[in-house]
Write a protein that binds this ligand. Structure first.
Ligand code: B16
Ligand code: MG
Length: 218
């Protein structure tokens, strides 16, 4: 039986994936790299440095910059991102998420956070949701990012649960792949043509309820 839920943050709990995309778009323009919807989708769930590498690759610029220059560009993106986060509050919690979290707590499910973002503590604080997530995987301690299963495997370990007793919730293709590879049940939030590998797919977070999950599993 399912005993735990492991959540992605950006694009699942918080409406921040648009801010990440906006900040990367700004940097891509500066680098002369064409911004496309496909590139935006491929960056979801991917760490800051890996995201920069994907943008450079899209512009055939992989070898154009030194590690120090890359570091500076990644920092620049984060500065852009933090500026966009400045006025964010609980209104950026995605539809139905607060109610779903309350319902999970009421039904004694255990919760963990599996966000690749180094800014996740700040985001959770600003949304007023920090209290729901005492268990968080530290992304700075990971050897490999999504789609590697490590972050979701660690999430189950933090909950002292076998992977098969956990549901992972993701908005990113790389994230759904990570959940599946960890041996957990995947819920993909978003376009089913992109998240086709998810065990359960919902178009948006408002559909994320225990009743809908039970129905999808039967
Ligand atoms: P940061 P998630 C991911 O968070 C975002 O989806 C991705 O766009 C971002 O590049 C990554 O975190 C790293 O974020 O630059 O804040 O450390 O979706 O795994 O919650
Ligand atoms: Mg995400």
């Amino acid at each position: 039986a399912i005993k735990g839920f492991i959540f992605d943050l950006d694009g699942v709990i918080a409406d921040t994936s648009v801010y990440h995309a906006q900040a990367w778009h700004q940097l891509a323009d500066e680098l002369g790299v064409t911004w496309t919807a496909e590139l935006a989708d491929n960056l979801k769930g991917v760490s800051r440095m890996d995201s920069l590498e994907l943008i450079l690759k899209a512009g055939n610029l992989t070898d154009a910059y030194t590690p120090a220059e890359k570091e500076a560009y990644a920092t620049k993106k984060n500065t852009n991102y933090l500026a966009l986060l400045k006025n964010m509050d609980a209104s950026a919690i995605l539809p139905g998420i607060q109610a779903f979290l309350d319902d999970l707590v009421a039904h004694n499910y255990q919760l963990a956070l599996a966000s690749a973002s180094k800014n996740s503590p700040l985001v959770l604080e600003q949304l007023g949701l920090a209290g729901y997530f005492s268990e968080r995987v530290d992304p700075t301690k990971l050897k490999r990012g999504k789609p590697d299963p490590e972050i979701f495997t660690r999430g189950a370990e933090l909950l002292n649960l076998p992977p098969a007793a956990c549901i992972g919730v993701e908005d990113a293709k790389a994230g759904v792949e990570a959940i599946n590879a960890a041996g957990e049940l995947s819920i993909g939030i978003g376009d089913p043509t992109i998240l086709g590998a998810a065990a359960i797919n919902f178009n948006d977070t408002s559909e994320l309820t225990l009743a809908n999950i039970e129905q999808a599993l039967n």
